[in-house]
Design a protein. Structure first.
Length: 307
């Protein structure tokens, strides 16, 4: 190969070396088992698992998913089998692949998050932790940890006391000032941030004359949220100095590059996996092609280049 045409897609993320900047959004890829016949997991920078709690969660009543213009609404309710099954089944499966593993963690209270983080510190094969702070805080009447700066700061501090792996706090966009939330998480010790989680939305089935999802509201994801996500990543990248995983409506290499130019170190592909199971590979190949075409040797050359 012509050395003039070589590009370096690797990323150092919190001291963890990734072969490229592409991972998957939690909850859209399982732990990779469902996609292994379509995607060579070895080619991904990392696999981000579906959220796991210390005990099993049943999730919300059905229907839980509705298609909308430019995306989908989901109200799954973080259904998961609990930590014991996750460790034995999912982590064992991922050990067969040459990819990094980001485990998404959820809980209903600070104590539940901390217990899950402690358990994950005892097992091998976990490179980073992504903390889903959009869970309902049962101690505070159900308000999500991620929409209150003091609650976000506190839960980050408590998790950091026990975590052995770098901690990524996943920010909710359902706030007035995303930069304020980012600063609260970083002040609490967050090693990195990921954003955005889904935007609260609603769809009404006019034929049934009721809500399209049983939960009434759900999380809007997909191409419709991408301009909001890019804006928020840009704001956060200019407010704090920790690395960022950008996500929200990424379905092409061009989308991914927007996030990187806005300041993201990595990107996460979510809803696109549902309508194109090969999306992650297409995006990796597209980023590489763009870099070769533009003579870009390293992603550092374009990361955060938009000022």
């Amino acid at each position: 190969m012509d050395n003039q045409n070589l590009v370096d897609m690797s990323v150092d993320f919190c001291g963890v070396s990734m072969k490229n900047p592409v991972t998957v959004a939690s909850g859209t890829f399982g732990s990779g088992m469902e996609y292994k016949d379509f995607v060579d997991l070895n080619r991904l920078g990392a696999v981000t698992t579906k959220g796991v709690a210390i005990t099993p969660w049943e999730g919300n009543p059905t229907p839980r998913i509705a298609e909308v213009y430019g995306g989908m609404i989901n109200a799954i309710g973080l259904q998961n089998p609990g930590m014991d099954i996750f460790v034995k089944r999912d982590l064992e499966f991922l050990k067969d692949f040459d990819t990094r593993v980001i485990v998404n963690v959820c809980g209903h209270s600070v104590a539940e998050y901390v217990e899950a983080v402690e358990r994950l510190s005892e097992v091998s094969g976990v490179d980073l932790l992504e903390i889903n702070v959009s869970c309902p805080n049962v101690k505070e009447g159900g308000i999500a940890f991620g929409v209150d700066p003091s609650a976000l700061n506190n839960i980050t501090k408590e998790i950091k006391k026990k975590a052995k792996q770098p901690v990524i706090m996943k920010l909710s966009p359902n706030v007035t000032d995303i930069a304020e939330m980012a600063r609260a998480a970083v002040d609490g010790g967050a090693d990195a941030l990921s954003l955005i989680n889904t935007i609260t939305g609603m769809k009404i089935d006019i034929n049934r004359r009721t809500f399209a999802v049983a939960n009434r509201t759900g999380g809007l994801s997909g191409p419709a949220v991408k301009p909001v996500a890019v804006r928020m990543v840009y704001q956060v990248a200019n407010a704090v100095s920790v690395p960022i995983i950008g996500m929200g409506g990424i379905s092409s290499a061009e989308d991914a590059l927007e996030f990187i130019m806005a300041g993201a170190s990595m990107v996460s592909v979510g809803t696109a996996n549902f309508f194109d199971p090969y999306a992650t590979i297409h995006i990796i190949e597209g980023i590489e092609a763009f870099m070769k075409k533009e003579g870009i040797k390293s992603l550092d050359e374009i990361r955060g280049c938009v000022k």
